[in-house]
Design a binder for this molecule. Structure first.
Ligand SMILES: C[S@@+](CC[C@H](N)C(=O)[O-])C[C@H]1O[C@@H](n2cnc3c(N)ncnc32)[C@H](O)[C@@H]1O
Length: 151
């Protein structure tokens, strides 16, 4: 199983979309507090449709608590601030795919502590992709490399 970690997510619709993606792909979704919304937020529930019960959703008070719970071998940070393209990584079950908050991205100390930093290609002049879209691209590449193995 892959672990998607959203560090300080701010927009409920993005996390709702990711909940639906987690239900569809079998990844676990971890949210690191503080969150910019309540997990019962109507927009979050609407974006997640009726898939909330099918998704493995975990909320952690801080990153250290998440690492203690997940015990990952590798943390792969998704950021536009690197040249290594995301599809060049051999993803392994158990990997953490780490994403930053919508407004500011991942802070330097969190990026520095990650095993790898990877980037999803964009055309020149584009600053970033949407958080939920980035997570979908990442998870489906990681799962594709496992030939979409079923649990
Ligand atoms: C909306 S973006 C954050 C934008 C923020 N203003 C910044 O400059 O980093 C939210 C998160 O999606 C992921 N993301 C967005 N575009 C990406 C890209 N092209 N490559 C890798 N990760 C990306 C990153 O994890 C980022 O922290």
């Amino acid at each position: 199983m892959f672990h998607v970690v959203f560090f300080h997510p701010e927009i409920p619709g993005n996390t709702g979309n990711a909940i639906r993606m987690a239900a569809g792909s079998g990844c676990a979704l971890h949210l690191i507090e503080p969150l910019g919304f309540d997990v019962d937020d109507a927009k979050l529930r609407r974006a997640g449709l009726d898939y909330h019960d099918r998704a493995a959703l975990h909320v952690h008070p801080d990153l250290e608590s998440a690492w203690r719970a997940i015990r990952p071998d590798r943390v792969i940070a998704f950021t536009a601030r690197t040249d290594l393209s995301y599809e060049r990584v051999d993803y392994r079950p158990g990997d953490v795919l780490l994403f930053g908050p919508e407004s500011v991205g991942l802070p330097d100390d969190v990026l520095d502590a990650a095993t790898l930093r990877v980037r999803i290609p964009m055309l020149p002049g584009i600053r970033s992709l949407n958080l939920a879209n980035s997570a979908s691209i990442a998870v489906y590449e990681a799962w594709r490399q496992q030939d979409f193995a079923m649990p």
